[in-house]
Design a protein around this ligand. Sequence first.
Ligand SMILES: Nc1ncnc2c1ncn2[C@@H]1O[C@H](COP(=O)(O)OP(=O)(O)OP(=O)(O)O)[C@@H](O)[C@H]1O
Ligand SMILES: [Mg+2]
Length: 309
Amino acid sequence: MDTVLKVAAVHHRYGSTVALDSVDLQLGAGECVALLGPNGAGKTTLVDIVTGLRRCQQGTVAVTGGDPVRAATRRALGVVQQHSGVPRALQVEEVVRGAAIRAGAPRGAVGPVLAEVGLTQLARRRVTLLSGGQQQRLQLAMALVNDPSLLVLDEPTTGLDAAARRDFWERLAARRDRGAGVLLTTHQLDEAAAVADRVVVLAHGRVVAADTPAGLVARLPDRVVSARTGYAPADAITIDGTVAVRQDADGRLVVTTTQPETLVRALLAADPELDDLRIESAGLEQAVLALSGQLTAPPQEMTMMEVAR
Ligand SMILES: Nc1ncnc2c1ncn2[C@@H]1O[C@H](COP(=O)(O)OP(=O)(O)OP(=O)(O)O)[C@@H](O)[C@H]1O
Ligand SMILES: [Mg+2]
């Protein structure tokens, strides 16, 4: 598999803030990596360095073997930024044509890419008149028009409804299957699990985990135990191994725990009426929260906390 991105020992600081600390990352053609992590983890900083928008202060970054700060290297890139402005007075087709020219793509690429993202009917519409989802499709068209070897997308589905997100992931997967490497950041963890071959978790600028989505979940000891019971959430918090407790709208007690046996014994002993007991693996969302250190506070400080999906 050809390597389309190689990030080695990258550090980045903004004044006294360390945004990236010794980050390594590799991505092959036809591979999709999702970058996850809480706000401020350093995802956008890494994306900006990978796409040549920010110069690498320390370490090395190579996109298809070249420095992304160089215009020639950037032609291999397709980028959807977290915050980007499209000239609003222009028409959809003009904007994509401009992107094609800047990226050295042939003019003939514009029509097919508009069709690919479902904007053919809106080709002559002004950007100001597009809905949020249509603007996002326009961003994707601009990123795809030069048939990039590496697609980099920073929170591309923020603000999209469920159907638009599904469409988006399908288009992305199609490009990936045709050989593009894809690096994306997202807070939609379930969707990242569905689309990504690997998940890299950043926290405080460091890579705290890199694994397949399933591997990440499997490495976590947590289980989610739930049951219909009169057992008080406040009591569940005091049981050894409890990480978080919540009560569903229909009254179901849902407990995340590292010791499911201890919890189940306590529940059964206290409530002979207990019904519909279930034990499941914690999902990717919890894996990420735990790995990024957000669930390490002692249980008594956590009281009623909503963590499960
Ligand atoms: N231009 C800047 N000047 C100073 N500090 C910055 C700048 N950009 C980012 N930071 C800081 O660097 C750290 C990493 O920010 P970054 O935007 O890379 O995080 P992120 O993971 O993309 O977060 P989010 O999920 O909120 O988009 C944060 O502490 C942020 O406040
Ligand atoms: Mg960001």
